[in-house]
Design a protein around this ligand. Structure first.
Ligand SMILES: Cc1cc2nc3c(=O)[nH]c(=O)nc-3n(C[C@H](O)[C@H](O)[C@H](O)COP(=O)(O)O)c2cc1C
Length: 171
């Protein structure tokens, strides 16, 4: 089975998970937009990775543009965010508001914890985060402004197991 990892993030959390997956599976890791049409065409299975900013997937536009090509592949999608994995409703909501139903039904989703270092954000992201957190209508919409870092290799166990299981079936 020919695999590919395509990701889009901003401050390194999504990239780190993508690189770990790439080295564990021996698959190429490519930032979204740098892949070639041939690489996409040749892949049987694609792991897509994206972080979330104010409810939007970084990979949203790329998914719209490439949906028709990738829909025929085996797809896994990992989302990196500040929302705790226990908040399933909010996390599932990110999928429904960002990805078409047809594509969503083809993706196996995984939700991974991210990291935040406020001082390293661009001024616009500092502003967005401050406004977003102030505007949060209730606690469930809240986006943390406190620094955190829960990017750990061990969070990839479930996705690695799922991909390996698929490879065994495909072999
Ligand atoms: C401006 C801003 C907006 C964010 N919005 C959300 C959000 O809507 N929901 C969420 O769960 N996390 C949100 N986050 C947290 C990011 O998803 C988290 O920091 C993630 O690790 C970023 O990954 P990256 O470095 O790969 O882009 C936000 C962070 C920033 C800086």
């Amino acid at each position: 089975m020919k695999g590919l990892i395509i990701y889009k993030g901003k401050y390194g959390a999504t990239r780190q998970y993508a690189l770990w997956l790439g080295s564990m599976l021996g698959w190429p890791v490519i930032p979204a937009g740098s892949e070639t049409a041939q690489q996409l065409a040749d892949a049987d299975c694609i792991i897509l990775g994206s972080s979330i900013y104010i409810g939007k997937l970084q990979l949203r536009k790329w998914l719209k543009e490439h949906g028709d090509i990738i829909i025929s592949k085996r797809l896994f999608l990992f989302l990196v965010s500040g929302t705790p994995s226990s908040d399933k409703e909010k996390l599932e909501g990110y999928l429904t508001t960002n990805i078409s139903e047809s594509l969503r039904s083809r993706c196996v989703p995984f939700f991974l914890p991210g990291k935040l270092e406020f001082n390293k954000l661009s001024w616009i992201d500092k502003l967005l985060l401050t406004i977003g957190s102030k505007l949060a209508s209730d606690k469930t919409d809240d986006i943390s402004m406190e620094d955190y870092n829960d990017v750990k290799k061990e969070h990839l166990e479930a996705i690695i197991n799922a991909v390996r299981k698929l490879s065994e079936v495909a072999a």
